[in-house]
Every structure is written in C-alpha cells, then in structure tokens.
Design a protein around this ligand. Sequence first.
Ligand code: 4AD
Ligand code: MG
Length: 423
Amino acid sequence: MEVFEKQPLGSEVALRGWVYRVRTQKEHVFIILRDATGIIQVVVDSSSPFFSEAENVTIESSIHVKGIVKKDPRAPGGLELRATDFKTISLAEPFPITKGASREFLLDVRHLWIRSRRMNAVLKVRDEVFRSLHEFFRKKGFLEVQAPMFITAAVEGGASLFEVDYFDRKGVYLTQSSQFYLEALIFSLEKVYTVAPSFRAEKSRTRRHLTEFWHAEAEMAWYTFKELLELEEELISYIVDQVLENKRKELELLKRNVTLLENVKPPFYRISYDEALEILSKKGFQLKWGEDFGADEERALTLEFDKPVFVYGYPEKAKAFYHKNDPKRPEVTLSADLLAPEGYGEIIGGGERIENIHELLEKIKKFGLEQSQYEWYIDLRRYGSVPHSGFGLGLDRLTMWICGLDHIVDAIPFPRTIRRIYP
Ligand code: 4AD
Ligand code: MG
C-alpha cells in the first residue's frame, strides 16, 4: 500500500485489491485490503449505502474502494481508509486456505498460496536477487548469452540426466548446466553469463534439491582460479547488499536475522578440502579422502562459519571431468564450492577449466566417458585455447539462504521436485 502511505491525511484516494481479512463490529465493517505492495485497513460505516455489500464480502474477493485517509494507531501501518465508495469486482468463493493448513496442502494450492504475505515477501527478495545479479554482471562488462535447453552430452554426470522424447532421436536430454556453451562463447565475447533453468533427475529428497532450478552461470577467458574466487565473493556480497538496501521490509516480515547478512562482505573464508575433512572428522563424520560432501556434511561444516566459506582443492574424482588439476598437486583440482553459512551449504560450484587438449582427452578417458560425445567441446582446445574459469550459482538456494527459509521449495513460486510437478 505504498501509494496510500504517500497520501496526505484527509485526502481522498482510490484503491484496488483483494480482501485479506474482514470482520463486522457494531457499526463498522473492517476490511484489511491487500495489493502487491502491502495491506491497509478500510473502514465502512453502517450509514453508508454500500454497508451490506461490504459486510458480505468474502476473503480474497477483489474490490475497488475510495475513501479518506485517516490516522489510526490501532490499524496496521497506523493509517486507515474511511470508505466513501465501495465496489465488489468479483466475489470470491470460500477460500480453501485457512489457518493451520499443512505444508503439503499449501503446496497443492501453491497457485493460491503465492498470494500470502510470506510468499509475497520471498518473491520480492527473489526479484531483487535476479535484478542485482544482472546489474552486477552488466557493470562488470559481461555479456548476457543464452544456451539451448535440449542437449546431447552430460556436463555433470549421466546419472542425473532427464531424457526427452525428441522425435525419433535417442540420447536427447534436458540441460544440467549451460557451462560448455558458455565456454564456447568466451572465444567470441570473453566474459559471458546466463540465467536459465537447469534440470537434474536427482533422487535426493533433501531440503535443497529441485529437479528444475534457476542457474546463473558465468565463464571468463583468461581468469585465474584466484580471480574467479574474487569475482564470486564480490557478486554474492553485491546481491546481499542490494537485498539489504532495497528489501528490508520483506526481510523483517520473514523474521530474517539481518546482522548475519550484514556480515557478508569480502573476503570470505577459504579452506581447503583437506581442512574441511579435518573439521568434519572432529564432528564425527567418517569420510574417506576423495569423497564429495553431501548436505549433512555441508550443514555441519557451515554451522561453524559466520559468513560464506570457499572450500577449494577438491580431489579429482570428487568433481566433474572438466576441472583442471592443480599443477602443484595433481591429485586435486582447481575447483571451489562456495558454501553459505548457518548450515545452508553449497550455493556455487566452479573452478578453472582444462585448457590443454591432451589433458582433456586423458581426463575424458580416465572418467570412462565417450570422447565422441564431446567433440565440439574438445574443439575449443584446438583453436586458440586460453586459460579460463567459470562457475554456476543456484539462485533458488541463494534466495533460500538470504530469506532464511528451511526448505528450497519456498524460494521459488512453482517448485519442481521428485514428487511434485503440480500446479
Ligand atoms: O555444482 P553444480 O552441479 O555445477 C555445475 O553445474 C557447473 N557446471 C556450473 C558451472 O561451473 N558453470 O551446480 C551449480 C550450482 C550448485 O552450487 C547449486 O547452488 C545449484 O547449482 N544446484 C541446484 N540447486 C537446486 N537444486 C538442485 N538439484 C541443484 N543442483 C545444483
Ligand atoms: Mg556442485
């Protein structure tokens, strides 16, 4: 109700919105009216010709109302509207969402639940995340590009590919990552990024896995591993800062502890995979060297930190084949995951890529992959290869952490998980 809040007391304003709450008390009908910007109290007197119309209005009915702005300390926001005109646009049937509805039910009626003040706040933060991400990359001179969603070769391993019925062709899948296309595009544009869905047929039923998620990916020619991490921490700090600056009200509504977010400034912590393993073993996790961390490990690990932490130098076999091995220590890669604090865990995966053709061919063989599937990707090492680095950021996970949500499905309007594909 931002428009309303800007009106001088005593002036007449016209509002449109939905009935959030309604109750009749003696001589008045009190309606809490909701629009995209917030809520406001509307009061209809029994003396007005539209009193009975207002009295009979139902939750989520859409209305037009005109009225005089008055101060009222008891009203939410300290202001109310004394109605001078009232019109029902569409009288709603009994609204199915009532207090105490279960999480599953709210997901079944997600198309209605997105009207809630809580979802409204999350979606505004999410919008700010997307907006500021684009702004950041533009300011840094990146070009925005688009990659196909139908692909023929796995980027992140075959196990999580969704195969699609593509006319009579076998071996067509939904993309897991636009990375390889971005790698091709840097030879033309040098610094590129994209924001697109990625798909993972992961059987993981965790609080942080979607089958369709929003992926921001960037790829940079000439960037070293060190420069890559600096770019990532600058990006995350910028987004968090913009949310704090422009979406305070929403964070408050979500009861987010903003002190923790205010802490998000470069430099982030940097620990090696080996150090992470040591911390985890002290916490009772029996991981063998070489194993990747799962949600539980990352949760335990990041509860130790008050701002994001990079875990770098993952063992070769824990990361995808395209990662460049560390020349100083070939059993580990120049890779890093960025983990969000407070138990949230991985939000970014990235690293320096293999630029040498022989190294790449060897790695493809070592990982038991079919070279013929990656011919165009290998070509990039044939014609003027350059050192380069890149990363992928999960925007739903980032929104989840910034909002302090306990499940990723609440960070996206219409979540897709193993069990849910409706509405
Ligand atoms: O770590 P991932 O799998 O890395 C890649 O896909 C690289 N090819 C990216 C790149 O370097 N261009 O995924 C990157 C990020 C993760 O850190 C996580 O935030 C998010 O994508 N992500 C998911 N988010 C929600 N649900 C899932 N199932 C996700 N899988 C990955
Ligand atoms: Mg990863």
